[in-house]
Write a protein that binds this ligand. Structure first.
Ligand code: APR
Length: 240
């Protein structure tokens, strides 16, 4: 039976109201309406660049200039971008007690900038930096200016989790605890292609909702095809 979008929005609104523990799970599709490209859409970052050449440990060691240019361009794009309305809505929902936490694959820090307090950034942050050799912290200017580490002279890197690196164990463990407590998980703007993070939503015993421009996963209780910001705004209007 075809369920139209209005019914789906109303269903999601009811599920949010009736859930005692709602967890939001986001990916790069949550930031495209802020002007930040995602990775696997037709105009995503990985359409023009091989991630294994720029976003992995090997690139950091053997091809620092390419690694540096890739992250410099993302950092400068981020400086011109701001969290869109959908982020503000999620921040209000946390303040009102409608959601308990946000688990994100994104490194832009937009959930925190929009005011969410309980955020689990599983892939780290592009807004903080460290020495790739000794771990000494460094500033964004140090990285952009291609300074060497003040302590050991090593090269600098953003605190993002590169392909081939382990996720931050404490954040991952806490995110899994959130999912295990959840009665409702709302997955927004992710292709769910990257392991192990993509296995988290299915760990929930609660209802699972998928908000995405392309619906290619059928393992959800409810899916809403479309733009994250627009759908969040439509649900928010029903909640008010
Ligand atoms: N609203 C809803 N969905 C959107 C929007 C939007 N405005 N824009 C894009 N999307 C969808 C795309 O259709 C795509 O399915 O968001 C999804 C983004 O998927 P990816 O580009 O694969 O991003 P993500 O799932 O976050 O990637 C996971 O891969 O490269 C690594 O570390 C990187 O954290 C990233 C991880």
């Amino acid at each position: 039976m075809f369920i139209n979008k209005d019914n789906k929005l109303n269903t999601l609104k009811k599920w949010i109201e009736n859930s005692n523990y709602t967890v939001i799970f986001t990916g790069a599709g949550m930031s495209t309406e802020s002007g930040i490209p995602d990775f696997r859409s037709k105009d995503g970052l990985w359409k023009g660049i091989d991630p294994m050449r720029v976003a992995c440990v090997d690139a950091l060691i053997t091809n620092y200039n390419l690694f540096y240019e890739f992250y410099k361009q993302r950092i400068e794009n981020l400086e011109k971008s701001n969290p869109h309305k959908g982020y503000d809505i999620l921040s209000n929902w946390e303040r009102k007690g409608l959601i308990s936490s946000v688990i994100t694959q994104n490194v832009d820090g937009f959930h925190q900038r929009a005011g969410n307090k309980r955020v689990y950034p599983l892939h780290g942050s592009i807004n903080t930096f460290r020495c790739s050799r000794c771990g000494q912290s460094a500033s964004k200017d140090n990285f952009i200016n291609k300074d060497s580490c003040i302590k050991c002279g090593g090269t600098l890197r953003p605190d993002v989790v590169l392909f081939g690196e382990a996720l931050p164990q404490d954040i991952l463990n806490n995110a899994i605890k959130e999912i295990q407590k959840s009665e409702l998980v709302i997955v927004i703007g992710t292709s769910l292609m990257v392991y192990p993070v993509n296995s988290l939503p299915s760990m929930s015993k609660g209802k699972k909702v998928y908000i995405n421009k392309e619906i290619y996963q059928q393992s959800f209780d409810l899916d809403l095809e479309g733009k994250a910001g627009e759908i969040l705004e439509a649900v928010n209007q029903q909640l008010n």
